[in-house]
Design a protein around this ligand. Structure first.
Ligand code: SF4
Ligand code: SF4
Length: 415
């Protein structure tokens, strides 16, 4: 039986919203110049494939497999792949799209959500067969309704507010299990236990190679600049886990043979905060220009998405679903859930392990869930004598000079 398409606003209301999305001029941002600039600064020749994956991702081509769009690091892509779908993460931080989004969701809404709405103004998403939203921050939840008029089908994954797995594992697992059943019906497939294990092994392989790159980058200063690193991790939104891992293995071999560039960088920091998504590399441009090396990061678009494996030990479908759930819930740093201890522990561990000089917390204006964590972190890190700087910004370029001055002063202050 095929699953009915779901809408979160009745047709009688959604028809009034549809025209907000249709623009007179066809617009597709051109990233060629920006990509070219970053490529010219790269020391790694095997990075090109990742830049190519990013260069025009918003033009979503129809594929043989059903396309499943989603926004959060908490959507279990293994279940989508096991059901024959192709997951594609549609988070957006393009200033042009933000301006379009203003006309759909004006007001004090975070720039990431506005840019997502704006990106749906083109008809590029007609090829998306299913959109998956999550019970994370309020704005992400409301995307289910806001985008309802322009997508074929939406599935909402509800999640409990506590990411302590002992407290929430049953609820969380149940949400994933319902999602899996939904996908099976929608795509009319019956994946076996072995199919699911195979997919988990593929994403685990991606985790293995990501961990090696993360560690090497942290230890060998300058081996990979911040542009290359975030392009490489962002490209995992569009490349299949298998494809990404194969390219990443080649890149890792090259990194092993590449010298450090210690003279170029004055300090080595940990970067935290909401996802950094191309083309919004403003903070990275400033850090590179100042000579500040991102030795470690804990963002949900990179570390929080690629670092953790599915611990496959028992192998019934139920047990696989449970360990898969643990992969997403146990290490989650997403600030929408209770669980700030995990972020604090990770920062302290990474700071110690990679002998970092300080922590920069970068936040997007109007993101309350990240903002509320800053004073807690500041006070704890101050007690531990760890230099800490928080920056609040948006997708515009007006504050570049001001942010640069603040980071320069921070770097000077660290002895
Ligand atoms: S921080 Fe949380 S809500 Fe925001 S994109 Fe990441 S996983 Fe989603
Ligand atoms: S968690 Fe913050 S940055 Fe992410 S979508 Fe929600 S409000 Fe925006």
């Amino acid at each position: 039986m095929k699953e009915e398409n779901k809408k979160f606003i009745e047709e009688k209301y959604s028809k009034y919203l549809k025209n907000l999305y249709y623009r007179k001029t066809k617009f597709l941002p051109d990233y060629k110049e920006q990509i070219q600039k970053y490529k010219s600064l790269s020391r790694l020749k095997n990075i090109d494939i990742f830049y190519n994956a990013i260069s025009n991702p918003k033009k979503i081509e129809k594929k043989e497999k059903p396309l499943v769009g989603y926004f959060c690091a908490l959507v279990p892509e293994e279940l989508i792949i096991a059901c024959g779908g192709e997951p594609i993460r549609l988070c957006n931080e393009d200033l042009h799209y933000l301006e379009f989004g203003e006309e759909i969701v004006s007001g004090d809404i975070c720039p990431l959500v506005k840019a997502i709405c704006g990106s749906f103004c083109q008809n590029n998403f007609n090829n998306i067969d299913l959109l998956v939203t999550t019970g994370t921050c309020d704005s992400k939840i409301k995307l289910s309704e806001i985008l309802s008029p322009v997508v074929k089908d939406i599935y909402f994954i509800d999640l409990p507010r506590n990411s302590d797995y002992k407290e929430s594992i049953n609820y969380w697992e149940n949400s994933y299990s319902n999602f899996y059943e939904y996908l099976k019906k929608k795509f009319n497939v019956k994946p076996t236990r072995k199919d699911l294990i195979k997919v988990c092994e593929i994403t685990n392989e991606r985790t293995r190679i990501f961990r090696r790159i993360y560690d090497l980058k942290a230890k060998k200063i300058g081996v990979m600049n911040s542009f290359d690193y975030f392009i490489m991790t962002n490209s995992s939104f569009f490349l299949s886990p298998y494809e990404w891992s194969e390219h990443a293995k080649i890149l890792y071999e090259e990194m092993l043979k590449t010298n450090t560039e210690e003279d170029k960088y004055k300090k080595k920091i940990l970067l935290a905060g909401p996802p950094i998504i191309f083309p919004n590399f403003k903070i990275l441009e400033i850090l590179e220009e100042i000579g500040c090396y991102v030795g470690a990061e804990i963002m949900c678009s990179s570390y929080g998405y690629l670092f953790n494996p599915v611990e496959l030990d028992e192998e019934t479908e139920r047990s696989i679903l449970r360990t898969l759930t643990l992969k997403y819930i146990a290490p989650s740093f997403c600030p929408c859930f209770l669980g700030i201890d995990k972020i604090i522990n990770a920062i302290l561990e990474l700071f110690e392990k990679y002998k970092l000089d300080g922590v920069i917390f970068y936040n997007l204006r109007l993101c309350n869930v990240y903002e509320i964590e800053i004073p807690i972190l500041r006070n704890i890190l101050k007690e531990k004598e760890i230099p800490f700087l928080s920056i609040k910004t948006d997708l515009g370029k007006e504050d570049i000079g001001q942010i640069k001055t603040r980071i320069e002063a921070f770097i000077e202050m660290i002895d």
